[in-house]
Structures are given as structure tokens and as C-alpha cells.
Design a binder for this molecule. Structure first.
Ligand code: SF4
Length: 294
């Protein structure tokens, strides 16, 4: 039987499928985005340090060769700095093969931490922050109640860059609806160029029952783009991107066409393929081409 008792549903990025998942916090400290139902049943709190330390001791006995740890829930980066550092230090002591610890952060959390604090985390094996920015458009961020502006997102991301902590950024295609797609794409690419992340993931908007967004769609107040419009939005974003060295993925279960590539090597090819597919409206064999291992 699995030794850890998670509180409620626990989510992790697809790339953390092989990681040990430790629940350091419960829920999301923001929990107000209109499209998100992930933590609606949870009230945000930090778990007691003693409980977390016990779980580290237990899992280090059962899985001593653990190389990667993901700290759940929605934004473990919101934890108090001292407590998060204690956890990172204990993980390093307990798992001799530990290579990297990762967690979700909200843009607000990045602004709560100084560059020096983020650097301390990095020195204690924090190897990646998964950051959902959703859009680079001020209007879209406000409409979905993200609680931050593009300027604040850029400022927080810049601290991670200065501290040397790689960022995996998530954007949601379709978040501006059918009418706002072009503006969402343009502003998002602009913000991404400013952040210059190491990893970028594009998801497609999913209307989850129980969310404000779902109610708006049912009332006819919001029209999500169709699959081909979502693909055009991806095409617009990709064509505007100027990133240094970024692994690009749009291969989440929500994506109609799975894409995965390294932009610095294959941005032109990706764009040519997207153009061809959109023109012909036929996915062809692109799936296998971009899903090969990196
Ligand atoms: S999208 Fe992220 S920040 Fe917004 S409510 Fe969901 S988990 Fe929290």
C-alpha cells in the first residue's frame, strides 16, 4: 500500500510522472481563477513541518534511490521561506541520489520571494518552478481573475532568472475566446519573449463544470474557439516567439494536435508544418514527428 496519505486530489505536471510527490501545502493560495476547478474543494494551508519531515523519513527508507521530488499542491512556492528551505535541506540529506526538486508557483509567489531567497532554494536543489501565466494580455488576466498583471508576471519571472532557477511556463490557448484570440496570442508571445523561459507548455482551454467560465459558456457569454482556431492561435504565438533555448510542448491531453520540439532548432519547421496543416486542415503524420524523444 502507498505510504503517503494525500489530502484530496493531487495534481502534478506530466513531466513529473516519475517523481516522488510530497504534499507540502494543500490547495492553492489564490484559488480564484474563473477557469480552474483543481483546488476548489480545498482551503489553502501549509502542512505542518513535522508531518512533512515524517513523510520524508518514511519515503527515504522505502524509496532511497529517489532522484526527483515534486512538492504539491497548487503552489508550494507560497510556503514561508524558512520552512521551504528546511524541507529542501532535509530532502537532500535523506535522498543521496536526489537531482532535483520542483514545485508549482503562482506569479504572486515569485513576487513574495527575493532573488536571494530563490537563489537559496536553487542551492538546495530546487531545479524547476512550474509557473502558470495563462496569458500575456492584461485584459485576459483580469477577465479570468488571475490576480496579477503581465508586468507583475515579468517581474517575478525575472527574479527566477536572476537566481538561475529554470522556469516551465504554461499558457492556455483559447482563454480569450474566439474574438480575443489574436490579441491573446500577440500579448502572450510578447510576454514570453520577455521572460525567455527554458520550457513552455501550451494547453487548450477546457470548460470544467462548476467553474465560472463553464457557467459563462452555458449562458452564451463566452465562446471558446474551435479546434482549428486553437491551432491558429498556437501558430500566431509560435511565429512571434524569439526565445533563446526553449523546449516547447503542446502535447497535453487537452491539445488537439500533440506538438513537442526545441524551438531554437526547429521553430521554422514547426511553423511550416503548422501552416501546412492549417491550410490543408489535415494533421497527417505530424504527431509522430514532433513526439519523438528529446
Ligand atoms: S489556475 Fe493556478 S492560480 Fe489559478 S486557481 Fe488554479 S491553481 Fe490557483
Amino acid at each position: 500500500m502507498f505510504p503517503l496519505k494525500y489530502e484530496g486530489d493531487v495534481f502534478r505536471p506530466p513531466s513529473e510522472a516519475r517523481s516522488l510527490i510530497l504534499q507540502a501545502t494543500v490547495g492553492c493560495s489564490h484559488n480564484r481563477c474563473t477557469f480552474c476547478a483543481m483546488y476548489k474543494r480545498k482551503k489553502y494551508r501549509e502542512r505542518e513541518l513535522d508531518e512533512i519531515m515524517e513523510e520524508i523519513a518514511l519515503t527515504s527508507r522505502l524509496m532511497p534511490r529517489t532522484r526527483r521530488v515534486f512538492l504539491a499542491d497548487g503552489n508550494a512556492l507560497a510556503m514561508k521561506t524558512e520552512k521551504l528551505l528546511r524541507i529542501l535541506q532535509q530532502l537532500e540529506k535523506s535522498f543521496p541520489a536526489l537531482e532535483r526538486v520542483s514545485l508549482y508557483g503562482n506569479p504572486q509567489d515569485m513576487l513574495q520571494k527575493s532573488t536571494a531567497e530563490l537563489r537559496d532554494f536553487k542551492q538546495n536543489k530546487l531545479g524547476i518552478i512550474y509557473l502558470g501565466i495563462e496569458s500575456g494580455s492584461a485584459a485576459v488576466l483580469e477577465a479570468v481573475n488571475k490576480g496579477v498583471t503581465p508586468r507583475e508576471i515579468a517581474a517575478g519571472a525575472a527574479r527566477a532568472k536572476e537566481a538561475g532557477v529554470p522556469l516551465s511556463i504554461t499558457v492556455i490557448n483559447g482563454l480569450a475566446g474566439a474574438d480575443g484570440s489574436a490579441g491573446h496570442a500577440r500579448d502572450t508571445a510578447r510576454l514570453l519573449n520577455e521572460i525567455d523561459p527554458e520550457y513552455l507548455g501550451l494547453l487548450s482551454l477546457m470548460a470544467v463544470p462548476g467553474t465560472t467560465l463553464h457557467r459563462r459558456i452555458r449562458k452564451g457569454l463566452f465562446s471558446p474557439p474551435g479546434p482549428w482556431d486553437l491551432l491558429k492561435e498556437i501558430q500566431m504565438i509560435v511565429s512571434d516567439l524569439r526565445l533563446t533555448d526553449c523546449v516547447f510542448r503542446a502535447n497535453h491531453a487537452s491539445n488537439y494536435l500533440p506538438l513537442k520540439t526545441v524551438l531554437s532548432r526547429e521553430q521554422e519547421k514547426l511553423l511550416a508544418d503548422l501552416n501546412r496543416i492549417i491550410e490543408q486542415k489535415a494533421p497527417g503524420s505530424l504527431k509522430s514527428e514532433y513526439l519523438r524523444g528529446l
